[in-house]
Write a new protein. Structure first.
Length: 177
């Protein structure tokens, strides 16, 4: 086997990416403090054609050197907006008929394995702070809570890892379903 060269990867230009059809998925970052995590979410969102990222509260926003370090240019391709308050972002999404799903460990959560997105619906997925997770007020506003099953001792994943798992899973379920 031979590794492919960059020119063989058939990468889209930023303009081409902006004009392609995205999946009906918005990512909400609820007070994510690490700029490297924010950049990683941008990069994953680019890879799987996410519609938009909403950066809320203390979540850093581009342009910033530490975001760019992990985003590798995805801040230029992925649409994003900033909200001072996550609640405002969630209420606006609900007004626009998005089904809001928080990624959290909670009573009555559904396992990501069992989550079956309806291709006719639009989804917003909320990822929370590295220490406190998704705020309880946001969990209360959510239509559903999705939990990533974990089998070790920690029951905790880095927010950018969680985003990678969930975005990839939803992308595949929407594309195949």
């Amino acid at each position: 086997m031979r590794k492919l060269k960059n020119e063989e990867l058939k990468r889209l230009s930023v303009e081409e990416f902006k004009n392609i059809k995205k999946i009906s998925l918005v990512i909400v970052l609820d007070n994510v403090r690490s700029l490297n995590n924010v950049g990683s979410v941008f990069r994953t969102s680019d890879a799987f054609k996410v519609e938009e990222i909403l950066l809320c509260g203390i979540t850093g926003k581009p342009p910033h050197r530490d975001i760019n370090k992990t985003a590798l240019g995805a801040t230029e391709s992925v649409k994003w907006r900033y909200y001072k308050n996550t609640n405002e972002a969630i209420l606006e999404l609900k007004e626009r008929n998005y089904k809001v799903c928080s990624i959290e460990q909670a009573e009555k959560s559904i396992s990501l394995i069992d989550f079956k997105p309806d291709k006719k619906l639009k989804y917003a997925v909320v990822f929370g702070n590295e220490v406190k997770g998704v705020g309880q007020d946001i969990v209360n506003l959510s239509d559903e809570v999705i939990e990533i099953p974990q089998y070790g001792t920690k029951h905790s994943l880095n927010v950018s890892v969680s985003a990678g798992i969930v975005i990839w899973d939803i992308f595949n379920k929407i594309k195949k379903g």
